[in-house]
Design a protein around this ligand. Sequence first.
Ligand code: URQ
Ligand code: ZN
Ligand code: ZN
Length: 479
Amino acid sequence: MSIVIRGGTVTNADRQFRADVVIAGEKIHAVAPDAEAPAGARVIDASGAFVIPGGIDPHTHMELPFMGTVASEDFFSGTSAGVAGGTTMIIDFVIPAPQESLLGAYKKWRGWAEKAAADYSFHVAVTWWDDSVKADMGTLTQQHGVNSFKHFMAYKNAIMVDDDVLISSFMRARELGALCTVHAENGELVFRLQQEVFNKGITGPEGHPLSRPPEVEGEAANRAIRIAEVLGVPLYVVHTSCIDAMEAIARARSEGQRVFGEVLAQHLVIDDSVYQNTDWDKAAAHVMSPPFRSKEHQAALWKGLQGGVLHTTATDHCCFCTPQKRAGFGDFRKIPNGTGGIEDRMSVLWHHGVGQGRLTPSEFVAITSTNTAKIFNLHPRKGVIAPGSDADVVIWDPTKTRTISVKTHHQNVDTNIYEGMSVTGNAAVTISRGKVVWENNQLKTEKGAGKYIDRPCFPDYWTAQERRNAATAPTGVKR
Ligand code: URQ
Ligand code: ZN
Ligand code: ZN
């Protein structure tokens, strides 16, 4: 199957230019003005639109077993909703239970993901430690294309790890040339503050943000960054939600430490007033961690994104329907943490980013696709419109407007955190692996069409990092 996209403005992270895009099979074949169309090719007119690399969401949790239930979005419905919004690849998470084999958990998640409609890859969480975990990390990097390991510093008595495990895992990642990522909240503080808030008689969703103030995130972000600095490993901080955490990243980067920051689209546009909603279900629908913050944090996060302190955008798509959230009725500590958003991430970022003059179209491409591809070693296979790259292509209509609503979204969840938000800038056509999967507001996805994408490690890159650290301080601690 061949497709020729004519008349559009190709928009990569580095530049925009007028060119046709020729797709042959699953790859981009040519990007050139007046390109010759292969015989029988379908021609798609992209006049007035941008032709952008498919979005990559580096943080999703499809059908995650969590807090006594299972996320309502599965790999087929979630990746389908993604392509409706212009996202053609996800990096999801394998999250072993403590004492569960990492390799065994990985194989389980691979089975669940076979139904995916678009491409996917996995970070693997290190939720406990012994020699078998160390060995499995090696097997996963060397035989299964995993190059990133996640560490939850929150969720005490569940998947939280302490500094001892962080250090063991970071050291192992350094040997392997794998990237460490963290959910940075001080889980011990959260646990005690939850008890304190609950014992004061605050049992509703309004108690959730009170037990996880920005300082709790800032402390953990700084601690993980300092541990990474001493050990000489790069670090990726997921869902950075507040000034406190962003300042820790900015300080480290200003001293040349390789730290990357991720921000969720929802943390950029929704504030903590949602927890004051007197409708319990509406407030509980917004219970996620880190929680939504006061308005001053949104402004700072946008500046972080514009100024290069934050590099990628994600959704942390982890859906729980209202009956599931009600498990926490009377005790906010039991409300399953998570919100959706994979379908709306790119439109929300275009409308509030490019539409408000905060981002150029190329910067939009960088933060929704290219930076993630580069950080997680997917580039140039993903994240760029170029000959030889995968044919994950979106015809982005900057004039197309829609109102976000649970009534019309394709996500398998009965609420939408952006309910009622009008967004201008939407995917008109989404092409995944060379096939049109979204056009005329219709999904054309197939179960199993998505493929697992290997992500090789970066040994050379880490060696350079270690050499640099060793050169600056005999003790290995950079000064
Ligand atoms: O913490 C996460 O990233 C997972 C468990 C999703 N839930 C959430 O509240 N962010
Ligand atoms: Zn998290
Ligand atoms: Zn998450």
